[in-house]
Design a protein. Structure first.
Length: 459
């Protein structure tokens, strides 16, 4: 199977919408035109998507990048029992006809009535349902709502989480109808979907004896112009530091210019970048704030580090290691030393904190150093041998690797504890007391007040 099928599918949907408009110009009754389009575009597209899913489940090794099936997909797919599929069909050129049909009282997005029978959908223009409840759910989006979703949910983690929540919400039978995808998105966000683990539940203000809800037109417009949204977008600006890290590493992987472990296959490098991309927008904001603060407060000649547990992915920790280059030192020699240092930090962290399952280390120069590069290393943790434990102890005592750490400050541990009215969760802060003049817990050798204390107070 070629991935070209997705392009053919999009073209098919677009042509069928033009077909719908053409029928209307010929004065064909719109419900009749809609019925023809719904059969040719939506239902046939769903069949193609379900067929592609079946192929990927049964033939995961036979996926190609080109129509001739000569260029194999570079990444392994599977194991198939762990795959989760989200099927999305995107329509085009529907917004203006829909707005006209509803006399300008609609945004132009498709109305969703999940449990409507196919026979009824075919008679109601611009209304869609759950196409086949027996199979994987198919999201039918128009060009307006697709752009909106990708703008508001601009990380893979956020986008996939929304699709999963929407599928569960609809298949649970709670949603009676939504005037458009944008209203469902607004309900999702206002229910805490960007942060909490169980979004799209019935809001607390709805009586328990109500089994279904029908969303109203205007939810999105109210949220879009709200101070809450403006505040969140402003707060998220710092998070794009994390996106830049991902882009830098991804570009080097694609170009074959990765300096660290060049002999490793592409899939290994992709896995490391995927660990960075696994963080959602909220998590990236917290991690970026910590990294930027460390870069800002670390002197150019100092070696320093910061450990930040993943805000939403339990068992993972990100470690920033700042390592200065000596004057006139060969850069390749410096990079080699830095990589060795990353391995040393990983060994000590596994020894000190055996509860971590995955350690992602990022090495770079302090902010004001000459030259700029980044190395990334991911270590899957396991039980240490006695020899490895002795080696870690030597690194602590002789190499001063995290020598002064007594506990990890979980500034960024944001497993939701207390939901605020504006939908932003209060961070869970460590209650460990630190003296201003004590050595900083990150191992930099500086006093706490000169190193991580400002970031701790900000958090």
């Amino acid at each position: 199977m070629s991935l070209k099928f997705s392009m053919d599918l999009a073209k098919n949907i677009s042509l069928n919408f033009k077909y719908l408009t053409y029928l209307k110009l010929l004065n064909v009754d719109l419900p009749i035109a809609w019925n023809r389009w719904h059969t040719r575009a939506i239902k046939e597209s769903a069949q193609q998507l379900h067929g592609a899913e079946k192929w990927l489940r049964e033939q995961p090794s036979r996926v190609f990048m080109d129509a001739k099936c000569e260029s194999a997909f570079p990444l392994a797919i599977g194991p198939t029992n762990l795959l989760r599929f989200h099927l999305v069909a995107v329509t085009k050129n529907s917004a203006i006809p829909a707005q006209r049909y509803f006399n300008g009282q609609s945004s132009g997005s498709l109305m969703l009535v999940p449990h409507l029978a196919d026979s009824d959908v075919s008679k109601l223009p611009f209304v869609i349902n759950d196409i086949d409840p027996r199979k994987t759910f198919v999201h039918v989006l128009d060009e307006l709502t697709l752009s909106l979703l990708l703008e508001e949910l601009d990380t893979t983690a956020d986008f996939v989480k929304y699709l999963s929540a929407k599928e569960a919400f609809i298949r649970s039978g709670i949603l009676q109808s939504s005037p458009g995808e944008e209203e469902l998105l607004a309900h999702y966000i206002l229910s805490g979907g960007l942060i909490v683990d169980d979004p799209l539940r019935l809001p607390l203000r709805i009586p328990k004896d109500i089994e279904q809800i029908a969303l109203s037109e205007g939810l999105w417009n109210d949220y879009a112009s709200s101070p809450q949204r403006m505040k969140m977008r402003e707060a998220n600006k710092v998070s794009y530091f994390w996106d830049k890290l991902i882009e830098n590493f991804a570009e080097h992987i694609a170009a074959g210019t990765v300096a660290l472990e060049q002999d490793q296959p592409t899939a290994n490098h992709e896995r490391v970048v995927r660990l960075l991309a696994k963080e959602n927008r909220f998590g990236r904001r917290i991690l970026a704030e910590q990294f930027i603060e460390k870069l800002r407060t670390t002197p150019a000649a100092a070696r320093s580090s910061r450990m930040c547990p993943s805000p939403l992915n339990d068992g993972s920790v990100f470690v920033l290691v700042l390592f200065p280059r000596e004057k006139d030192q060969d850069y390749s020699e410096y990079r080699s030393q830095r990589v060795n240092l990353l391995h040393a930090y990983a060994a000590v962290i596994q020894y000190r904190h055996p509860n971590f399952k995955m350690i992602i280390l990022i090495g770079m120069e302090p902010q004001d150093c000459e030259g700029r590069s980044e190395d990334i290393l991911a270590i899957e943790c396991g039980e240490l041998t006695e020899e490895e434990r002795i080696h870690a102890q030597e690194l602590i005592s002789e190499g001063r690797i995290l020598a002064d750490v007594t506990s990890i400050q979980h500034h960024s541990s944001l497993a939701p504890r207390k939901q605020r009215p504006n939908g932003i969760t209060a961070p869970a802060l460590s209650k460990t007391k630190m003296g201003r003049n004590n050595p900083c817990t990150c191992g930099s050798g500086l006093k706490w007040k000169k190193c991580c204390m400002p970031a701790h107070r900000n958090a």
